[in-house]
Design a protein around this ligand. Structure first.
Ligand code: NAI
Length: 506
């Protein structure tokens, strides 16, 4: 196989440079590794060799293959040694001035036809290339950590980048076994931009006292299928990394309310409760393992009152079948009897608003999140309003847990937990499409591979229904009066017309 680039230089032999060197050699390129810190390039090379040794021990490589790979990677100690490279990828410290200076020097060394790339995750590719004589040959080539396992790379076109350069880098990414996605040079590119919704909305929900961290995590894992809850994820990445990213994206987008960070993480960062690596974050990690927080038990109740379901409930036929299957007596009157448990299932609205608008007895009213198909989820979520009586809350909890499915009871919140978080993620993704940050297909690929979400954000919106997403956001905006919930034009139009969120205009 002939590769797009046969002689590669990698500058910076840290976590990222090593990984890039490894997959470049695996693709068949000759790789030169350079680092300004004495001995770092050789250590980087040794670390890559150790990876291949491990693969040989596991039977994934034979000795001849390992030797061939090892011969393809060399440590060098000067930029001049990179003169013959047809591609140089920079993965040094994240500092604009350092990177600018590096590319200016590099340009004077390599041939005029060589391609140059930066692995920056948060700086502007355009700004890094601005000091170059030929910025057209420079692009962002943003890998994720650990590079060999995270199979996606963002190819970022700066203001002056030639389209051909992006095309060749994307082709090379495929040869390295990675999926390339094309991004405009905008803050956070694709993955770090699309990832803004999950944590920030969960933090807002927690900040309002709707539910505790562990409950929010359980709901998003069991109801929406996320592998890690937002607070588990924040603990894993550590707040000294994630809080500054939240602030940086917010600032770079001139304080766009959709990306507003939370005072919760600012304060925890100040306290040093960074997450797993400090032994204390949202969870505690005695001896390294996460301490599980026990779930509140299902209450024991003597009897369940008859149940009246609001005619405006989401998925009402399904909800009626569910209540019947759980063995409760259903009321069919136009209004609830004087002892009935009243069940409402709003999209975006809070239980309080529904009880007031439908003139229901709030003391007996409980909400259930029916946005998702009940059969497709592992948890049901109920919400009380400030007037809900304890016996009614307990009766609802016991009823909906009767078949053994997990139930969480939260305080009143527009959109429960899943509706709020999913609609926020979907809305941000739609706005990225509206702004032309990337194509809808690349957005979903990048987020699935880069963040491990169960679906790409647009597929997620299609799963729950674009019209439902729009309704949730409209109603959240009414409940909270917060511009962060205003629907993106991309979602407004597709949601209103019942089109898929991946639909592009002809
Ligand atoms: P690192 O600190 O592990 O490695 C950086 C290496 O660059 C060090 O070995 C250092 O000695 C060397 N270096 C610093 N200045 C240099 C210069 N002027 N010339 C040559 N070598 C120099 O950093 P890491 O994590 O590998 O990050 C590198 C780049 O990749 C940064 O731009 C970072 O933002 C980006 N990135 C990092 C990710 C991560 O998760 N660590 C993910 C995606 C991108």
């Amino acid at each position: 196989m002939t590769v797009n680039f046969s002689n590669i230089g990698v500058i910076g032999a840290g976590a990222m440079g090593r990984g890039i060197a490894q997959i470049a050699a695996q693709a068949g390129s000759e790789v030169l590794l350079l680092d300004s810190f004495d001995g770092a390039a050789a250590r980087g090379r040794d670390a890559v060799l150790a990876q291949w040794q491990k693969q040989q021990e596991k039977g994934k490589l034979d000795a001849a293959q390992r030797d061939a790979l090892s011969a393809r990677i060399r440590a060098v100690d000067s930029m001049e040694a990179l003169a013959g490279c047809d591609l140089v990828i920079e993965a040094v410290v994240e500092d604009l001035e350092v990177k600018r200076k590096l590319f200016k020097e590099l340009e004077a060394v390599v041939s005029p036809s060589a391609t140059l790339a930066t692995n920056t995750s948060s700086l502007s590719v355009t700004a890094i290339a601005a000091a170059m004589k030929h910025p057209g040959r420079m692009a962002g080539f943003h890998f994720f950590n650990p590079v060999p396992l995270m199979k996606v790379v963002e190819v970022v076109a700066g203001f002056k980048t030639d389209a051909e350069v992006c095309k060749r880098l994307a082709g090379y990414a495929t040869q390295m076994g990675h999926s390339a996605v094309q991004a405009k040079d905008t803050p956070g590119f694709i993955v770090n931009h699309a990832g803004r919704g999950y944590g920030t909305e969960a933090l807002r929900i927690a900040g309002e006292g709707v539910a505790d961290f562990a409950t929010i995590d359980r709901i998003l894992k069991d109801q929406a299928g996320f592998r890690l809850g937002p607070f588990e994820l924040l603990d894993l990445t550590a707040l000294d990394v994630s809080h500054p990213v939240m602030e940086s994206i917010y600032r770079q987008y001139y304080e766009e309310p959709r990306y507003r960070p939370s005072v919760i993480t600012a304060q925890r960062l100040a306290a040093g409760a960074l997450g797993r690596k400090t032994g204390e974050g949202f969870y505690r990690y005695p001896d390294g393992a996460m301490q599980q927080i026990p779930e509140p038990p299902v209450p024991t109740v003597e009897s369940i009152p008859s149940v009246w379901v609001s005619p405006r409930a989401a998925r009402r036929p399904e909800l009626l079948r569910l209540v019947h299957a759980l063995g409760a007596q259903l009321e069919s009157g136009a209004t609830p009897s004087s002892a009935a448990l009243i069940v409402v299932a709003p999209l975006g609205f809070d239980v309080t608003t529904v009880a007031a608008v439908e003139r229901l007895d709030a003391t007996r009213t409980v909400g259930i999140d029916m946005m998702a198909d009940d059969a497709a989820t592992k948890r049901r979520v109920l919400a009380t309003n400030p007037a809900t009586r304890r016996d009614m809350r307990d009766a609802a909890h016991a009823l909906f847990a009767r078949d053994g499915k997990a139930v969480s009871v939260i305080r009143d919140s527009g959109g429960f937990v899943t509706q709020r978080v999913v609609a926020t993620i979907v809305n941000i993704a739609c706005d990225m499409c509206q702004q032309g940050v990337c194509s809808p297909a690349d957005l979903d690929t990048a987020v699935r591979l880069g963040l491990g979400y169960p679906q790409g954000p647009l597929a997620m919106g299609d799963l729950y229904g674009p019209t439902n997403m729009l309704e949730v956001l409209f109603n959240l905006q009414t409940v909270y009066g917060d511009p962060r919930y205003r629907p993106s034009p991309w979602l407004r139009r597709r949601g209103a017309l019942g089109l898929s969120l991946t639909h592009e205009e002809e």
